[in-house]
Design a binder for this molecule. Sequence first.
Ligand code: DGY
Length: 321
Amino acid sequence: MIPTIFVTRRLPEGAMQVLADKFNVECNPHDRVLTREELLAGVKGKDGILPLLTDRIDDEVLDAAGPQLKIVANYAVGFNNIDLSACTRRKIPATNTPGVLTDTTADLAMTLLLAVARKVVPADAYARAGKYEGWAPLLFLGTDVHHKTLGLMGLGRIGFAMAKRAAGFDMNILYHDSVRADSELENKVGAKFVSKSDLLSQSDFVSLHVPLTPETHHLVSGPELGLMKSSAYIINTSRGEVLDEKALVKALQQGQIAGAGLDVFEFEPAIEKELISMDNVVILPHIASASTETRTKMGLLAAENLISVLVEGRRPPNCLN
Ligand code: DGY
């Protein structure tokens, strides 16, 4: 019998094709996040679920799916949307998509850093508005990126990829993590392990690269922002909840820090309204992994996880529990 899966949002075509070759695929027909009721109805009777970071997978969803459910294959490297212990209690493997989005995400983190430092977004808006009247010595003066200090909160896959990019800009690289990386890795990019407070007080740019866990919730809040230089910028491509958004607004309003580059938001898709009017903040709609190549690879990896369990009856390659 061909296994049946529920895909909570349409993926790039290459991935949908692989899924359709192996499974009876039921997919969210709408171009929007499913309501809770739609999600609960959609998973009913399925052998596998392929959810996104916008779908909370917990006891209620697993119960709604039924006892035949054999795998939850998340379409993301982050998996804070999945209650892993609820999966484990039912002996259901949960998987993610590590590795394939590392470089694409680091590219966007660097894009945000450069954009906010060099005022790319307001300068573009100014030129499009027909305001450009000729070269001027004081027009859109930003701050240099090269030879500045980058502080990485987290030197995992994406943090390290960001460090490689920063090394290409001759940046001085500091990092802090729960566990110190091995010296070979540090030496590859010249990254120096420092305390969290040294990282915050010495960096010109602080970039967040940690997963969302109870320990990293509000890892950066008022006191941490207070340690940063008034000329420093914060970049977040990890999860919105890692950075206390209300505290960020306050720090920006009070000039405690110079600006921010944000791809993720604490209560996304909602964004603190004060941020919207600040032209020292670059705001993106959670697109760090959004290239056609990477989003296809994420789908193929999720498919591989589903196939390993539902077709081959073996442990999935990216099992989280
Ligand atoms: C992830 O994979 O966790 C990103 O946030 C979306 O690609």
